[in-house]
Design a protein around this ligand. Sequence first.
Ligand code: PMP
Length: 436
Amino acid sequence: PTAPSDTDAPASAALLARARAVTPGGVNSPVRAFRSVGGTPRFMVRGAGPYLTDADGTEYVDLVGSWGPMILGHAHPAVLDAVYDAASRGTSFGTPSENEVALAEEIVARIGPVDQVRLVSSGTEATMSAIRLARGFTGRPLVVKFAGHYHGHVDSLLVAAGSGVATLALPDSAGVPAQMAAETLVLPFNDVEALEAVFAARGDQIACVITEAAAGNMGVVTPQPGFTEALRRVTAEHGALLVTDEVMTGFRCSRAGWWGYEGVDVTPDLMTFGKVMGGGFPAAAFGGRADVMALLAPDGPVYQAGTLSGNPVATAAGLTTLQHCDDAVYARLDEVSRTISAAASSALAAAGVPHRVQHASSMFSVFFREGEVRDYDDARDQDTAAFGRFFHAMLSAGVYLPPSAFECWFVSAAHDDAAVQRILDALPAAAAAAAG
Ligand code: PMP
């Protein structure tokens, strides 16, 4: 990909040099490194509403939103007040506290299938714990996942994973023992026949199927009509649990998530959440059926714990964020997402760039290929070099897109008309750059 020179961002380049001396790749999460698009990752110094400002003082309209949490925009005044207020009373107790109860109540009230919820600090912990619980409940070892779905960097779920693993085009992660990978059965998404075949062969050994409720980590790929229903039917027939990962979709696709979005009506056994429910702080959760959750320690034999779980500052930020996620917020997310995706599509069409836009409610992504994307093979079959040129043209025009063709574009309710206009203004030249 075209890598603009570091002279575009000298302060970020200097910080990257310092960072590389002490941190692998200079980043604390791989996609931040701009490896697939080239160029200098921007070190941000502030966020306000829909904008980010980097170390060189350049302002960008942000379409990453910290990869999902910043649904109300950066530095939302009510969230900041809640954070200051909570922090002034102590930042961690290692005891139960009321904010945790209130956040759990808010989640249970919004998500029908969740009777009980346990708070953790990252989406990775949420899916790891849900898998352990499913294995503990069923007494079975195997887990079914879908290629291109990302559930955090849990050993057994890093097989054929999306997100950064897809961005870096890694086959799988080193460091995951073969025996562990062998307990994960990977299927193509949206393939009911493959699902039925794997259950016919090994159904009595399968603890659970875990699926992104609507996939966002290979770009946005929704379940085909009937697919989630098939997951529910087949798992139930074989005594396995259905775990839907709503770390990305939860509280974003609707006030509940993908579950609760129009026409989505399948009740999973367990669900995982993160991102929005932490309001920009480390908070995540897993929850579901009361009889399954009852197996968790201290009531049951499945162990799970965390020093910072239910942290009072994180829960204050998350609770306040959810309390502000009302109908007006979801209407605005929808409007902004439709406007931007339609404009991106017409700009690319005008420049003759093959592309495909896919939505899961207000989540959307642009694939640099033609035709419907139904699974990971489809998603990988795109022109990532064209995306790289598009990305850098947008960046130069002051729009911060996810630095990968395999990630979705995150809008916020703080994207006002001025911010949206900046994006629309940047699109035609970026589409021309993508055309090469
Ligand atoms: N599940 C899904 C669907 C995700 O999108 C992510 C993060 N992108 C995770 C799990 C992992 O969450 P975290 O990065 O907080 O560990």
